[in-house]
Design a protein around this ligand. Structure first.
Ligand code: LLP
Length: 425
């Protein structure tokens, strides 16, 4: 699933030892593997080939221009949620006519910008937003293609913060009201309401929630047909899992096996919006141990990175495998997980420099002995890592590096102290 592997006790990204990157670029650094990104995109297309969906990479998961460019060149469309994301896509050479624009709070300026650039479709989150888009499109003499985001009231069994498809959510409209909304707005000037959008949460580790949600959406589309309303596009969202722990996630082929038969030969234009499936395993966060200390019975490994660069563990309690980058052959991990079957591990909390107790990337994690100066790799950090990084505590954000075979290049330079105060008086 990725090209981050230990060779003779040394972590490599593709064919580059990570220590070489640390030497050249410093730490902390997000390091991405081009081959992994490409293979994930290809794998998806292959798995879903029978229904040939437009793959719209979810920009929010990892939005570096070089990564967007790589995907645009492979033919990807984009799931965007802001004017800023559209700007990135266009700057990276992507085209607006392959963009689906979701998000509950689109402003007038953002809507105008997207219409001006020829956005393919808006995913509509509320009736008020639909009316507003209709008004703005009419003023601009345009017709906005829109898909109604529908909440099928399904529990995706994921963290409450990333669960979006139940009735009580700020996203979309609930499925019982969807029919009325589609009827009410069938002739709304400035709008062609011809799609349905689903995104029920992420990550979703099972196939069943997708099957249920798509089943409900298809029934709705059938019902609309009987009213003479043609829905020609179904965007069935993102949320396909990444491999955070060895052996614990659903393979993309399994999602495809469940989803493809439902959508085959339905005559619909199909769209999917994977983010983490493409980017999560394609990136790691490389850090250097600053100090090792005892606090009562506890050991702490203190890194030069933390919640400001990777908020997922404190925010969602999420697991990221963390391991030294040069542990030697005898401490090479045979798998990524909480329980690594090796002798001589010691439990420690892996923490960052931020002045909050919550700045903890792993609690009581069994690790090989580590010392000041060691490099540590935090795996599966390509999605919602750098994209959610902040400058909290006035810490500059890390560099980003893209590896391709034997080569690597900086795709975002490390921030400086000057960057921290840019724009301030
Ligand atoms: N489509 C829509 C409308 C979305 O809201 C999202 C993610 C996606 C697609 C892509 O989901 P993915 O395939 O990447 O799971 N920060 C959280 C995840 C928030 C997801 C927000 N929406 C995390 O770190 O897990």
């Amino acid at each position: 699933m990725d090209y981050f592997e230990y060779r003779r006790g040394v972590l490599h990204v593709e064919n580059v030892p990570v220590a070489e990157i640390a030497q050249a670029v410093g730490t902390p650094a997000y390091i991405y593997s081009e081959r992994t990104l490409r293979e994930h995109y290809d794998k998806l297309q292959h798995a879903f080939a029978q229904i040939n969906p437009l793959v719209c990479y979810s920009v929010k998961s990892c939005s570096n221009l070089s990564i967007l460019r790589l995907l645009a060149e492979m033919g990807s469309g984009f799931d965007i949620v802001s004017g800023g994301e559209l700007y990135r896509v266009l700057k990276a050479g992507g085209s607006a006519d392959k963009c689906f624009y979701a998000g509950a709070g689109k402003t007038d300026d953002e809507i105008r910008y997207a219409l001006g650039e020829g956005i393919f479709m808006f995913n509509i989150e509320s009736e008020a937003e639909l009316e507003n888009i209709g008004r703005i499109a009419s003023e601009m003499g345009k017709e906005a293609r829109c898909a109604l985001r529908v909440n099928p009231d399904i529990d995706p069994k994921t963290h409450a913060y990333t669960s979006t498809g139940k009735k009580e959510t700020k996203f979309g409209v609930d499925i019982e009201r969807a029919e009325n909304v589609l009827l009410k707005y069938r002739d709304l000037p400035g709008v062609s309401l011809s799609g349905i959008h689903l995104h029920i949460g992420s990550p979703i580790f099972e196939t069943k929630p997708y099957v249920e949600a798509i089943g409900k959406a298809l029934k709705l589309i059938e019902r609309m047909k009987s009213h003479g309303i043609v829905i020609d596009t179904l965007d069935f969202g993102g949320g396909y899992a990444a491999s955070y722990e060895t052996g614990t996630y659903t393979q993309i082929e399994d999602y495809a096996e469940a989803i493809v038969p439902l959508l085959k030969d339905k005559g619909l234009k199909l769209v999917m919006e994977p983010g983490r499936f493409i980017s999560a395993n394609a990136g790691l966060l490389l850090s250097r141990v600053q100090y090792v200390k005892q606090g009562g019975q506890k050991s702490f490994v203190i890194l030069d990175t933390g919640m400001h660069h990777l908020i997922r563990p404190p925010l969602y309690d999420s697991f990221h495998f963390i391991w030294p980058a040069e542990p030697g052959e005898e401490m090479t991990p045979p798998l990524r997980g909480v329980d690594v079957p090796l002798e001589g591990l010691q439990k420690a909390d892996v923490v960052g420099p931020i002045c909050e107790t919550g700045d903890c990337l792993a609690k009581d994690r069994p690790l090989p002995p580590v010392q000041r100066g060691d490099l540590m790799a935090i795996f599966t950090a390509g999605a919602y890592g750098m994209a959610m990084a902040s400058q909290y505590n006035s810490q500059p954000r890390p560099a980003e590096v893209l590896v391709s075979h034997e080569n690597f290049r900086i795709i975002r330079r490390r921030e400086s102290y000057e960057d921290l105060v840019r724009g301030e008086e």
